[in-house]
Design a protein around this ligand. Structure first.
Ligand code: CAA
Length: 449
């Protein structure tokens, strides 16, 4: 655990989302033959952010990093490291952070970040959380005035007309990691779970992900539950959380943030976690009295029958008063921005943090637990305490920017999706832009005034 006299954590954050979006419930739903209610409620995504022709994971990363530099009044020489979590790499070898630094130097001057190191973290949607964990270890050894930026940036892209298509999105979140943070101080315990799985992957050279949808949901739940169990073992051993009789560790957590491939997934994840947590407690007996006993695998000769019974039990469980109350107070608040943006892969869980911040749902002294998931697959759970400095962190302004976006037609979206449109729909202004890719494959970016 980190020394309490100099805690390390998240001091500030910024969010960048492209200005273009597709509404899932309009033309998209009609042309794809899907009921709008399925997308708005069953999946939970109302709008998907779509990158314009001049945008990619590098420009979006540079946009959120620049905003963070400006809003926190940082000087380049204070920034010791920039770690970028992404699975939308723009190069097979060159770290995306070098392009980001190149772009930042267009604003701060040539060589201004030359003493800053940068690494790209790839581990599907969990890359940024591993970057954050490693940044916190580095910073704990460093001088008090050093800071690190952890940047998440991704374009979530699936094949047109596939069942993954309505869980796309794009955007970037930058996190400022420093000593004595204003927002969240890490408690230094990380619980992990990893297993080789084929739930979701993108072979070299492919533009869209291969996804085994239902299997990916199952892997997510298994891994996040596993990482929570690992976190709780360590938290009990370290004396961080010591539940009394009839209590469980999540009773000591006020906010649980999950990776958000789509907002509905948070409900599945919460149901799975609370079932794991509450089994054996007195509240579980009361709950079974209300909704009937939980099916036990050993009572079913046929695996399919067990799966169906378990599915029915989960439905009743998620409608129970006990679950709904816990879900509303600890989980739901983190899903609001994702409804308007879609999946941004590795940054999604930190969009959840922005949702809580913007809606004023955090209070000093509260504990937040992050349940991060990356396909392939791996999960990491860690906790952090909301700090007294919370009130001095200004609004990110993201809600206003989301409201001012432009909706595009299905035809425009499909052109951008397939890389067929070279002209920007909204020409870049006061932003980083990809100008061209030269004959060697090097990418030329600039800050367009
Ligand atoms: N009104 C309200 N709800 C409706 C409805 C309607 N008219 N019609 C259907 N629904 C509900 C369904 O009942 C279902 O809810 P329940 O689970 O409570 O029954 C919900 O909408 C989803 O519908 P389906 O079960 O039919 O799901 P789908 O076939 O559309 O697939 C998906 C959903 C698997 C997420 C698919 O979109 C997909 O493959 N997405 C990409 C992969 C993904 O996001 N996986 C998540 C885990 S992996 C991960 O997290 C990493 C990552 O970021 C990719």
């Amino acid at each position: 655990m980190f020394k309490s006299d100099s805690p390390v954590g998240i001091d500030d954050l910024s969010v960048y989302v492209p200005e273009l979006f597709v509404s899932t419930t309009g033309e998209f739903a009609v042309k794809r033959g899907i009921e709008p209610a399925k997308l708005a409620r069953g999946i939970g995504i109302e709008r998907m952010a779509i990158p314009d022709a001049h945008e990619d994971a590098a420009t979006m990363a540079a946009m959120s990093a620049l905003e963070l530099m400006r809003r926190s009044d940082l000087r380049p020489e204070q920034v010791g490291k920039i770690y970028v979590g992404t699975e939308s790499a723009v190069d097979e070898a060159k770290a995306i952070g070098t392009y980001v630094i190149g772009m930042l130097e267009k604003v701060y001057g040539p060589g201004s970040f030359q003493e800053c190191s940068t690494v790209e973290f790839k581990s599907a949607c969990i890359g940024t959380t591993y970057a954050l964990e490693n940044m916190s270890y580095w910073l704990a050894q460093e001088e008090q005035d050093q800071v690190g930026l952890v940047v998440a940036s991704d374009v979530a892209r699936y094949d047109l007309c596939s069942s993954g298509e309505y869980t796309q999105g794009a955007g970037s979140v930058s996190l400022l990691v420093r000593h004595r943070p204003r927002l969240l101080a890490f408690e230094g315990i990380f619980g992990a779970f990893t297993r080789d799985e084929n739930d979701f992957f993108r072979p070299i050279g492919e533009r869209t992900a291969v996804v085994n949808g239902k299997h990916s949901n199952d892997c997510y739940l298994m891994a996040v539950d596993g990482a929570f169990a690992s976190f709780e073992r360590k938290a009990r051993r370290g004396g961080l959380i010591d539940p009394g009789l009839g209590e469980c560790p999540t009773d000591y957590v006020q906010h649980i943030l999950f990776h958000l491939p789509y907002p509905r997934m948070a409900e599945y994840a919460a149901a799975s976690l609370f079932r794991q947590e509450w089994r054996g407690l007195s509240r579980w007996r009361e709950l079974e009295g209300e909704i009937g006993p939980e099916p036990r695998v050993e009572d079913y000769a046929d695996g399919g029958d067990y799966a169906r019974a378990d599915f029915e039990f989960r439905k009743k469980f998620t409608r129970s008063e006990l679950f709904m109350q816990a879900f509303r107070s600890k989980v739901e608040g983190s899903t609001s921005i994702s409804r308007q943006v879609g999946n941004i892969y590795t940054g999604s869980i930190y969009l959840g943090l922005a949702s809580l911040l913007e809606s004023g749902k955090l209070s000093p002294g509260e504990r937040a637990c992050f349940g991060s998931y990356g396909s392939g697959c791996s999960a990491l759970v860690f906790s952090a305490l909301v700090q007294p400095g919370l009130g001095s962190v200004p609004s990110t302004g993201i809600l206003e920017r989301l409201a001012a976006r432009r909706e595009i037609s299905l035809a425009e979206y499909e052109q951008l999706h397939e890389g067929r449109r070279k002209e920007s729909i909204i020409p870049p202004r006061e932003e980083f832009a990809l100008l061209r890719v030269d004959e060697q494959g090097y990418r030329h970016y600039d800050f367009v005034r």
